[in-house]
Design a protein around this ligand. Sequence first.
Ligand code: PFF
Length: 472
Amino acid sequence: MAAAREHFGSRLGFILAAAGSAVGIGNLVAFPVAATKSGGGAFLLVYALFVLFICLPVMMAELALGRKTDKDPVGAYRQLSGGSRLWSLPGWLALITPFMIAVFYLVVTVWVLGYLIETLTGNLDMLATEAYFGQFINSPVVFVYLVVLMLAINGILALGVKDGIERAAKTLMPTLFVMLIGLATFVLMQENAILGVKYYLVPDFSKLNAEVVKNAMSQAFFSLSLGMGIMITYGSYMKRKDSIPGSAKVVALTDTLVAFSAGLLILPSIFHFNPQIDPTELSDSSAGMIFLFLPKIFLALQENIGYLGASIFAAVFFFLVLVAALTSLVSIIEVPVATLRDERGMERKKAIYVIAAVQLVLAIACAVSFGMVDWFTNFIHLAGSDKSFFDLVELIFYNTILPLNGLLVCLFVIYKWKKSNLDLELQEGDAGFMGSLSQKYVNFSLGSFIPLILLLIFINTVAINFFGYSFI
Ligand code: PFF
């Protein structure tokens, strides 16, 4: 017989765990850079509108699917569709997507761990050299770090929802908030910091175009961990007495505040040392920023606070990113764990071993995609360029499938499960929901323009990634 379903111990525990999932590398690096390059305050405004009016209803729908069924995504879709074959597809997509995103996110997190260790052992100067990143990602030590990281994540998962995921979030998330505020405060007190703040916040509406708006939407969707089966799974661990709309709002707000604060850390750091910098020159990729650009900025801090001070600053930053990535990885790997438990009746520990074994192999394939193994490095020729195995996983699962998964959530909830059932679930633990403006908005938007926007993004992404053509 299956064991009773595990639950988060408290509402705060759920909120911290879900915020732990949402706050990731995307918030700390991708968001500030995107904002700076795309119109500062104007981008922030568009982003905030997307979070509020598009992502929040989708998050509520995902949480409701999970809590209603007490199941993993595959089980949730199966149960609420009465076993329909067609509707089992989104369930499977909501399983394979997090599984594969975890694989390449693991590799990036391994690099963060490596950079933290190098900084702690006094090698910040080495990290700041141009050639180091390429050497590091192709050195055998990444495999050691990969195993260490997987042991930490799976160790947390093995302890279960309350004693593992929730306890880790309760310790790690407050630590993350304190570190972020501490670093941002320090940076804001430095000379020229205000230039960075200006660039980050002063709105330039002329930079807003269709592409920027699309990027803001994708960034918001990804940042809130939507379309990855995570919120369905975490919803299934929520208590019925807790409000889904209320909790979702707090999670979204926390995630957005962290992203916003990260900008107050990154931009002033850059401008402190390069008051003349043209922000359009900043790297678009998070990896480029974290591993190539920021180490140089951190090293330059030695002029003010000495090499030791600069190393401490850099170590706290890398630790911050590591914590953010770790809690995100815990949430994403919990999805396949929940599926094996719910669908195959496997014990938690056995499910963890099975998933870890497959992910280790795939993560190694990603890690050797940067030159170590030629076959994985030049894995496929797509839309006019060679792509590595790592690139391909990122392209398919991170870039392309997420909006499709979001679209399917909306269509399923409104047209198959039906609005009235969604309402009933959202009302549980939130007596004021029925009849509220929120209820009307959620119902209307999920059945109309939200799926439409997600569909357009999906079509455009497929056209760009696989056919080299963009509509916008
Ligand atoms: N919200 C996360 C981020 O911004 O990084 C998205 C995510 C990525 C969640 C990878 C989980 C994960 F493993």
